[in-house]
Design a protein around this ligand. Sequence first.
Ligand code: MSP
Length: 524
Amino acid sequence: MNKNNVYITTPIYYASGEVHIGNSYSTVVCDVFARYHRLKGDDTYYLTGMDEHGLKIEEAAKAQGIKPQEFVDKIAFKTSELWKELKITNDDFIRTSQARHTKVVQQIYEKLIKNGDIYLGEYEGDYCVSCETFYTKTQLGPDDTCPTCGKKTKVVKEESYFLKLGKYADRLLEYIETHPTFIQPATRKNEVVAFIKSGLEDLCVSRTTIDWGIPILSNKKHVAYVWIDALANYITALGYDTPDDALFQKYWMNGQVYHVVGKDILRFHAIYWPIMLMALDIPINFELLTHGWILMKGTKMSKSKGNTIYPTDVSRNYGLDALRYYLIKEMPFGNDGLFTWELFFERFNSDLANDLGNLVSRTISMINKYFGGKVTKPDKNYFEEDKALEDLIDTTNKVYFDTFDNFQFKNGLTAVFDLISKANKYIDLTEPWRLAKDLEKQNDLNDVLYHLYEVLRITSIMLDPVMDDTSKIIFNELGLMDTDIDFKLLKYGHTHQSQVIKEPIVLFQRIKIGEELEKIKKAK
Ligand code: MSP
């Protein structure tokens, strides 16, 4: 296996409505991971896309008086435009209504019907005739009424195909035990193991009451239902089972696959998907990185709760990098994070405007003021604090790689911002404005400014996967080229001499929180 061939996927989003800031998190976090791997020099392939079939979508299209295909085309277009606006660097955008996907899903059903892992049986459930939908017991209203229209449901039997899950339970348990990094964070593993051990019922994988789905070739009364259709996207996009399967060979068979998913879809990815792969005789070969939810004051953000914030509400008003920074910094790996405007503004002011923004503007201004914009590598260290700062750069580099490799971006960013804040303190300790007044202290002064310059150069490289625009602006201010954003150049002392730009650019204008909150309230 070549660990340098890296394949990163987001879940595919239901094409039922607009993507909000909560589900855009999966895409942003994968983008950070993909950019990070590319900077490491890994051959990286990043996939995202849309989950476009099912009853909900069929109904939403009907309500608008348009065909489901037309409905999903619109949403897919909007979503892919959103990803462009958020500077998401996906290599492909898969849609489950595409012909390439239909073909593969049909082949998968035929293969599994043939080998007996999918069989024809009968599905029995609580069915609402007017909504043409089955519901689980927990979804039903009082007196077994339909949760959507309130009418009484009936127990109905429907011919359906089923995927044998139980048959693979022991093999899956063994796989989980022998692959400790299969489910991450490890705390999620117990949940999956307990679920498998409680007994796996076979999974219903077709419907005869829905039209908007992929027809099963050998029995066209049926359409593929939900999870086989959705999960197969990860291999369809690589050309699995087609004459041109070079990507599949490279990234799946010989690479490292990372599926990033929210905790609500953990079970499908940790149980159904590996079982599908076993049934198809494809190696499991993926690691599952499970993230929490973005909550709004304790509840999950969702359209039905009316507490939705869209990513462009943030990026268009306060900058894309501020949005990306907040999402990555506020979500501890595996746990939930909060989005509130108050918290967002506080982070913006303290981390971005004060710590980072000030360090950039103070450094560029002083280099201009005292040395006409030129900074030169000193012949030795002039201050006790120099060594401490250089050591901190080394430790930060180490923490950065340890955390970013393991999807713990919050911790990585905390370390980088700690370095930024220590560099600001270093200015206070070495007092360059005092040195400037003493003609004999010009080397000392250059030494201080050089250290600050190096901190900025190095932190900008580390911040690049999260805030690419900001990194590039800082690099430009430092008189460097974008090509110098390179992990090989993370060592202190790389620069010999440099010329910074004349005027520092204000990267993040401080937000007047009270006024801004008022504005948002009024706009609502
Ligand atoms: N279509 C399925 C996934 C199929 S993958 C083979 C689906 N779609 S979804 O649109 O409902 O959700 C997509 C992703 O968004 C999931 O990972 C889900 O966890 C994530 N999120 C939805 N709301 C979220 C938050 N409020 N916060 C963080 N992620 C959230 O499930």
